[in-house]
Design a protein around this ligand. Structure first.
Ligand code: TMP
Length: 210
């Protein structure tokens, strides 16, 4: 099973992935937790470039191709082998982030992004995508507090530094994706308590675990 988490900054993906992993492991599953960008060696290098506030004047198309390169390598090196071994793969962001951020956020052509994502994903589309939906203003407040606490406000803040309007477009993009793929997406209210969101996620997945 391949599960992805999506959402604007500060939507609580990391917390929910930890909670879901604990529940899946308690149910006897082996879970591979990974993320984009950064889930493989190439991705670690690309992540440092993509998220650093020191990266300036990065052209939207160059940014796009770095995300796609990360995705293609990550699918080949991490996701496919984990699936072949029968593990549950839980990924923090995947191809939908490209449509939401580079498409709706940056304004690149969404139809073209869908085609390029198909090339990078090479058939390894997730069975379930949890969209943790939250007002971007609230999410950004959480993300900035988290970054300051973790001491990484400078190293990984390039997207948090985008204007609120950018994040509003990203959210619109996610909601559009969720309505286009209702069977794959579950949209959850991420303003609820972490316990309540974790229960919502488990209610969706538990019936499928057999
Ligand atoms: P995160 O790991 O803290 O969520 O940060 C990843 C950032 O990269 C986040 O701001 C969203 C952005 N991103 C894209 O713009 N396009 C993509 O395809 C992916 C995977 C992430």
């Amino acid at each position: 099973m391949f599960i992805t988490f999506e959402g604007v900054e500060g939507s609580g993906k990391t917390t929910q992935i930890k909670r879901l992993t604990a529940r899946l492991e308690a149910a006897g599953r082996t879970v591979v937790v990974t993320r984009q960008p950064g889930g493989c060696a190439l991705g670690t290098t690309l992540r440092a470039i993509l998220l650093s506030t020191k990266t300036q004047n990065l052209d939207s198309r160059a940014e796009l191709f770095l995300y796609l390169a990360d995705r293609a390598q990550h699918v080949a090196e991490v996701i496919r082998p984990a699936q072949a071994a029968g593990h549950v793969v839980v990924c923090d962001r995947f191809a939908d982030s490209t449509v939401a951020y580079q498409g709706y956020g940056r304004g690149l052509d969404v139809a073209l992004l869908n085609t390029l994502n198909d090339v990078a994903v090479a058939g390894a589309w997730p069975q379930h995508t949890f969209l943790l939906d939250i007002d971007p203003e609230q999410g950004l407040r959480r993300a900035l507090a988290r970054n300051i606490e973790a001491g990484c406000a400078v190293n990984e803040g390039r997207f948090e530094a985008e204007a609120l309007d950018f994040h509003r477009l990203v959210r619109q993009g996610y909601l559009a994706l969720a309505s286009q793929h209702p069977r794959r997406f579950s949209t959850l209210d991420a303003a609820k308590s972490p316990d309540a969101v974790a229960d919502d996620i488990w209610r969706v997945l538990q019936p499928e675990l057999g």
